[in-house]
Ligand binder design. Structure first.
Ligand code: ADP
Ligand code: ZN
Length: 217
């Protein structure tokens, strides 16, 4: 069936980790499969959460593989001619070329469904997500529950050994020992390593040194 050029569009599902973005992406993919659309699913190779679950299936037994990719070019090269729906999970890990790739696919008449977290652990826009929100036809921002206070969570809290990670850490930590929690704006903590040094300086008592100096004299 030829594509109607006016059918193509970009839908973005965004929000904090644990807000159900992947669940929502898979729900849309399942429904596209039920509608007998030709669907392709891509996800960043940095996401190992579903190692083992590389296929999404609908109740009527139709299946689609989620292909791991490392760049927007990977996606551009792998999209098949007859595809009608392209879904991309964990888009925050991809390069900014994904904005042009998504636009071109949508211009070709393809329904592009994109999911990704909108902020890094510091609360700053993550990778290509800002411009993607700008060019999208539709945006859904989902919320999780703040594990500290129970309000709606919007922020990704990075923890290292159970303590809030400092802002100077890398945005993407591959194979790190860190964990993440969903938190609201008010419970989100991003200390700076400079704050730690300032605290050491503030805590320092010159009297101590003076008395130590005196005792040595
Ligand atoms: P995302 O793709 O946004 O990271 P997922 O679709 O992988 O989210 O997971 C969503 C699921 O995470 C929820 O259905 C719920 O069972 C679970 N979950 C774990 N922690 C939380 C939380 N703090 N708030 C809401 N859901 C949570
Ligand atoms: Zn909170």
């Amino acid at each position: 069936m030829a594509h109607d050029a006016r059918e193509g569009s970009i839908e973005v599902i965004t929000g904090v980790m644990f807000s159900g973005k992947s669940e929502e992406l898979l729900r849309r993919v399942r429904r596209a499969l039920i509608a007998r659309k030709a669907v392709q699913v891509f996800k960043s190779h940095l996401d190992d959460r579903y190692s083992g679950i590389h296929a999404i299936s609908s109740h009527d037994g139709r299946r689609v593989e989620a292909r791991p990719v490392s760049s927007s070019l990977d996606i551009a090269e792998q999209v098949a001619d007859k595809v009608e729906v392209v879904a991309i999970d964990e888009v925050q890990f991809l390069d900014t070329g994904i904005i042009e790739v998504a636009n071109r696919l949508a211009d070709r008449g393809i329904r592009v469904i994109i999911s990704g977290t909108d902020m890094d652990f510091r609360g700053e826009p993550f990778g290509p997500i800002g411009p993607l929100l700008a060019v999208a036809e539709s945006i859904d921002k989902l919320h999780a529950i703040c594990v500290v206070c129970g309000d709606l969570a919007t922020r990704n809290q990075r923890l290292i050994d159970g303590s809030p990670a400092v802002a100077e850490g890398p945005t993407i930590q591959v194979g790190g020992s860190e964990t993440y929690e969903a938190r609201c704006r008010h419970c989100h903590e991003v200390p700076s390593s400079q704050d730690d040094q300032m605290r050491l300086i503030e805590d320092f008592q010159p009297d101590e040194l003076e008395s130590r100096g005196r005792s040595q004299a």
